[in-house]
Design a protein around this ligand. Structure first.
Ligand code: PGA
Length: 223
């Protein structure tokens, strides 16, 4: 099974910083063990740049819940496809918290992505599971990646307790059968070994910002 390593660059980097990041990471990402899939999720303005360096590994951090049309500020699936995007994060806890995104909006985004054969990367906390499941159809629960992200453990240096991660991952595996289940929250090169056997990948924020840290993390997975 493929192990996913997803760099979520959030609202960081300028164009030239992104160029340097890609220059450092892309050679390793391309030649990394074929069982590892390194995916990069930059801000919207750098998607095309990233796609030119790491084709087939580009992820947006969000997507419009609407088709193309009069929705000021929204970036739709057709535009993402046009830029070479393959994946899109939906329902990240920062979107739910700061942008007041609802489970229904997240489900509409998943449907938009599926209609265009883009792969949703659905982020869920333990508390999000029930309300999110209530708005998902069976069809929506296929062809996606699901990430367990405990909001309290995001942005630090220690991952959530292994016992908690195993418990929640087991629930996710029942709710989303045959779907890769990832973990996100303070994953770095120092702690990744402890969860490699437990999940199908990781979503990395802080520890991907410096390409040197992110490369060390990838090297830990390849070991
Ligand atoms: P973190 O962020 O690695 O800084 O905890 C992960 C995420 O929010 O996706």
């Amino acid at each position: 099974m493929t192990f996913f390593v997803i760099a979520n660059l959030k609202s960081h980097k300028t164009f030239s910083e992104m160029e340097l990041w890609l220059k450092a990471v892309s050679p390793l990402a391309k030649k990394a063990n074929p069982q590892i899939k390194v995916i990069v999720s930059p801000s919207y303005p750098y998607l095309q740049l990233a796609a030119s360096r790491m084709p087939s590994a580009i992820c947006s951090q969000d997507v419009s819940p609407f088709p193309p049309g009069s929705y000021t500020g929204a970036v739709n699936v057709v535009q993402l496809l046009d830029l070479g995007v393959k994946y899109s994060i939906v329902g990240h806890s920062e979107r739910r918290q700061y942008f007041h995104e609802t489970p229904m909006e997240v489900s509409n985004k998943i449907r938009e992505l599926h209609d265009s054969d883009l792969i949703p990367i659905l982020c869920l906390s333990k508390e999000d599971i029930a309300p999110q499941l209530a708005t998902l159809e069976e069809e929506d629960k296929k062809n996606l990646l699901v990430v367990y992200e405990p909001p309290a453990d995001i942005g630090g240096t220690e991952i959530a307790p292994i016992k908690d991660i195993s418990k929640v991952v087991a629930i996710f595996k029942t709710e989303f059968p045959n779907v890769p289940i990832l973990y996100g929250g303070s994953v770095n090169a120092r702690n990744i070994q402890s969860i490699i056997g437990l999940v199908d990948g990781v979503l990395v924020g802080t520890a991907c910002l410096d390409p040197v840290d992110f490369i060390s993390l990838i090297q830990e997975v390849v070991k």
